[in-house]
Design a protein around this ligand. Structure first.
Ligand code: FAD
Ligand code: 5PR
Length: 379
């Protein structure tokens, strides 16, 4: 009999899990509380691991047509180049978040995921009952909380969360790319740091020929620099070369500013329920691995559930055991970089730091033998 999954959340993790489960023959209903499926935020990086997941879930081609591999990831501190890294031929891409999201949505639709928008999830219980805000209850073999950093599924189950909040916050925007910001070093990712007279950073990321992703980072305690809409004078003084782009940022109507947090849970599964993505392992963006890690874990979840001969609850425990160590290490490295601002020194992409980017998601999604034993019926 076809097994059925109910998924809360239509972000990168929820969509990836939904496609992976469909590829394994499950039926899937995905609930998104917003009235349409859309990506929040500006730009995003993907490394080899994330690109491989996209390949597995048939979403890579659509991402490649509208993303770029910049020549270098350049770190600049006080207007001087600290490092220029190119990852020795490993794949990496930068893009608008909407591009990645719509590629996953289109693939989910092609794979027959049933998507319900304006459908907020209220709670889940370990026996496999999902309750919607409308009061409707849905029964499933498996329930997934991919409902982001404020996860209802996580909190209704009662997973314990340890939270560390970041001391810097960031305003992320997409702006039009001016001719003077094309070509030469302006095609690089440029991570520009200033510590004097105040701590301000701009992460400059070409997404394609037309758009730049800019992340404007300032300490939360510096109220003037943390203000949105931005104080143009403060930012232009620190980054005069970016004045035309900063004028566009200052003109934006409702710029968001986010702080971020590291959430570590006591466990990711309980009975027939699991959490994945930011619901389970929100991390600081420093290493640009939050979405990639969530997508790897979500993809593996689908293969585990599809191929295991063991009960769902045991399969979920084995999945957590397999994928979690990489995630834990990535979270703690990302938190360290956010806390120390050590990325300003350059040469940060060491072998260790790139561990997650270099994980092969296909290997990670292979089940341990204990999950695929033949079940011999007893007489
Ligand atoms: P989300 O994207 O938060 O999706 C959750 C979805 O669930 C949303 O659509 C939401 O509307 C829905 N939802 C919420 N509650 C409910 C409910 N009750 N019922 C139904 N639906 C619900 N990662 C990278 O890999 N590379 C980067 O370059 C990168 N840059 C980043 C920069 C910043 C500043 C930050 C803060 C993060 C960055 N990340 C990056 C991390 C990445 O954005 C997240 O890890 C990723 O978006 C998490 O995906 P998700 O699907 O788990 O959650
Ligand atoms: N990398 C990326 C990013 O968006 C941020 C950081 C690093 C892609 C911030 O948004 O270090 O904070 C960072």
């Amino acid at each position: 009999m076809t097994k059925h999954a109910e998924i809360a959340g239509g972000g990168f993790a929820g969509l990836t899990a939904a496609i992976s489960l469909r590829q394994q023959g499950w039926s899937v209903t995905l609930h998104e509380k917003a009235d349409e499926l859309r990506a929040i935020g500006a730009g995003i990086f993907l490394w080899e691991n994330g690109l491989r997941v996209l390949e597995q879930v048939d979403a890579l081609d659509e991402v490649l047509v509208d993303s770029v591999t910049p020549p270098f990831y350049e770190t600049r501190t006080h207007d001087t180049t600290a490092s220029k890294e190119n990852f020795a031929g490993r794949r990496w891409r930068t893009m608008a978040r909407a591009r990645l999201h719509s590629a996953l949505v289109n693939s989910a639709e092609r794979h027959g995921v049933e998507i319900q928008t304006s459908s907020a999830v209220e709670s889940a219980n370990p026996e496999g009952i999902l309750t919607l805000a409308s009061g409707e209850q849905r029964v499933a073999d498996f329930i997934l909380g991919a409902d982001g950093v404020g996860s209802r599924v996580r909190d209704s189950i009662g997973f314990q969360v340890t939270t560390e909040s970041s001391r810097d916050g960031i305003s992320r925007v997409l702006v039009h790319r001016d001719p003077e910001h094309k070509g030469g070093d302006w095609d690089n990712v440029r991570d520009m740091w200033n510590f004097a007279p105040r701590t301000l950073r701009i992460l400059y990321v070409p997404c394609n020929d037309d758009y730049l992703y800019l992340g404007l980072m300032a300490p939360n305690e510096d109220a003037e620099a943390a203000k949105t809409p931005i104080d143009l004078d403060i930012w232009v003084k620190a980054f005069p070369h970016l004045e035309p782009a900063l004028r566009r940022v200052a003109a934006l109507e409702n710029p968001r500013r986010d702080t971020y947090q590291t959430n570590v849970l006591d466990r990711w599964t309980e009975g027939n329920v699991a959490v994945v993505g930011d619901a389970a392992h929100a991390m600081c963006p420093a290493l640009a691995q939050g979405a990639g890690t969530g997508m790897m874990n979500a993809y593996a979840l689908g293969t585990f559930l599809g191929q295991s001969t063991m009960p769902v609850a045991d399969t979920l425990k084995a999945w957590e055991q397999q994928v979690r160590p990489y995630t834990d290490r990535c979270q703690s490295r990302s938190a360290w970089f956010a806390e120390t601002r050590a990325m300003s020194r350059g040469y940060q992409f060491t072998y260790d730091v790139m561990e997650t980017a270099n994980v092969d998601p296909i290997e990670l999604a292979k089940l341990p033998a204990a999950l695929t034993q033949e079940q011999v019926p007893t007489a």
